[in-house]
Design a binder for this molecule. Structure first.
Ligand code: MLT
Length: 417
């Protein structure tokens, strides 16, 4: 692939990677945008594609990180390797604020601090057996699918783009973007609420049905709650552990990326309740907490002391106020996007409890066709729905993560097309 000088070593590659499309979705979008901007220099391209935050880090977090840096400059305050699971003071405040305050029986030692939910949802597959059957929604956050492909849990891609061996649960306007609970057995189910990419949410009653399914089938739910802070209605569950019985059958992934603007700073956490057990081939019960702890302590050296101090500050009074202001800011962007697009005649979904607005593309265009159209005619970047799965074809995602000025400008341009 690199021309005549490439030398074939005897080492084998992981052939599962060859089943994947050439590029991961977001780098592929960046590549296309780069081609476009190089061929038409000087254009003011507005990026509402990848869900990357744009607003400054909360002052409370910056202050805490600065103090931590100064501490690190003293002999008594210096910190070397930290605990792989994260510092207790951070896990304690997470457990108290994010779980116990909502009635979820989660303890600090069930929390594993990490550098991202994307890595954790992928890495978690390492401690699960190869033979597990897996269900994902379609469309879906592509990391869940791609990491299963990489791990050899699927067959090849079919013409539709779906991989053989995975159970796909379609999401579309007809089912209100709510996946139907499978009628067959699956071992492992990925759920993401508020949903990326559709922006849909789930009620307690409906989430309880998934937990019932998992308990009946003794399946494991991987619950991605990276966007929980964007929920605007307190009747909706922020955590799967608000549902009785979920402690027995669910792992939850959380992140500081989107609420506190840590996409570049990197801090997240995963909750592995003690007592969630899988089994070894001989039916011996094995608790996932111990395996995840073994995995993390072998392969991960923890998040830096400085960043964990920054994350801890999210839970201070000032931190909470600033995070709330950030969330409100992006949700106002989302409301602006929804209003303008609806006014321009688009069918609009999501964006009410999530920073993503999911729209139907105009007749006669497919998702990538609309991507090109929007890029060329409005110089606005979004994400084609088909990039999230075959059933996302015909849809398009716009992210609310940008400055107010850019969002307003982008909406003006799209409205006047
Ligand atoms: C997205 O745009 O879907 C997210 O930014 C992806 C991520 O958080 O990794």
């Amino acid at each position: 692939m690199f021309g005549v000088n490439a030398i074939a070593l005897v080492v084998q590659v992981n052939q599962n990677y060859l089943k994947l499309k050439a590029g991961y979705l977001f780098p592929e979008i960046s590549r296309r945008v780069k081609l476009f901007t190089e061929s038409s220099p000087g254009l003011d391209v507005i990026r509402l594609g990848i869900g990357d935050v744009t607003e400054p880090l909360p002052l409370a977090c910056r202050k805490a990180m600065k103090e931590a840096i100064d501490e690190m400059g003293t002999s008594s305050g210096f910190h070397g390797y930290g605990p792989e699971q994260g510092y207790f003071w951070l896990r304690e405040v997470i457990a108290k604020h994010d779980f116990q305050a909502r009635g979820c029986p989660i303890n600090p030692d069930e929390i594993f601090v990490s550098d991202g939910s994307k890595c954790d949802t992928s890495n978690f597959l390492e401690i699960l057996g190869e033979g597990n059957s897996v269900a994902v929604t379609d469309p879906v956050y592509p990391v869940y699918v791609d990491s299963n492909v990489m791990a050899g849990r699927t067959g090849p891609a079919q013409e539709s783009g779906q991989f053989l061996g995975l159970s796909y649960l379609p999401l579309n306007a007809r089912n209100d973007f709510e996946a139907q609970i499978p009628e067959h057995h699956v071992d492992l189910i990925y759920l993401c609420f508020p949903n990326n990419p559709t922006g849909a949410v789930i009620t307690r009653e409906k989430l309880a049905r998934w937990v019932d399914y998992a308990r009946q089938h003794r399946s494991l739910i991987l619950f991605d709650a990276a966007y929980e802070a964007f929920i605007q209605n307190d009747d909706l569950p922020h955590s799967i552990y608000e549902i009785e019985g979920a402690r027995e059958c669910a792992i939850e992934f959380r992140s500081f990326s989107k609420n506190a603007g840590f996409t570049g700073t990197r801090c997240a956490f995963t909750v592995v309740p003690k007592g969630v057990c899988g089994h070894a081939g001989n039916n011996e019960l094995v608790d996932l907490w111990s395996l995840w702890n073994r995995r993390q302590s072998t392969k991960f050296n923890g998040v830096s002391y400085i960043v964990q101090r920054g994350a801890e500050a999210v839970y201070s009074q000032q931190g909470q106020e600033e995070v709330q202001a950030l969330v409100s800011f992006y949700m106002q962007n989302s409301a602006i996007i929804r209003r303008h697009l609806a006014g321009a005649g688009f069918t609009v979904f999501g964006g009410e409890h999530a920073p993503y607005v999911w729209i139907k593309v105009p007749d006669g265009l497919d998702s990538w066709g609309f991507f090109d159209f929007l890029l060329q005619k409005a110089n606005v970047v979004g994400t084609p729905g088909s990039g999230f799965g075959a059933a996302g074809e015909g849809y398009f995602r716009l992210s609310a993560f940008n400055s107010r000025e850019n969002v307003q400008k982008a909406m003006k341009r799209i409205s006047s097309l």
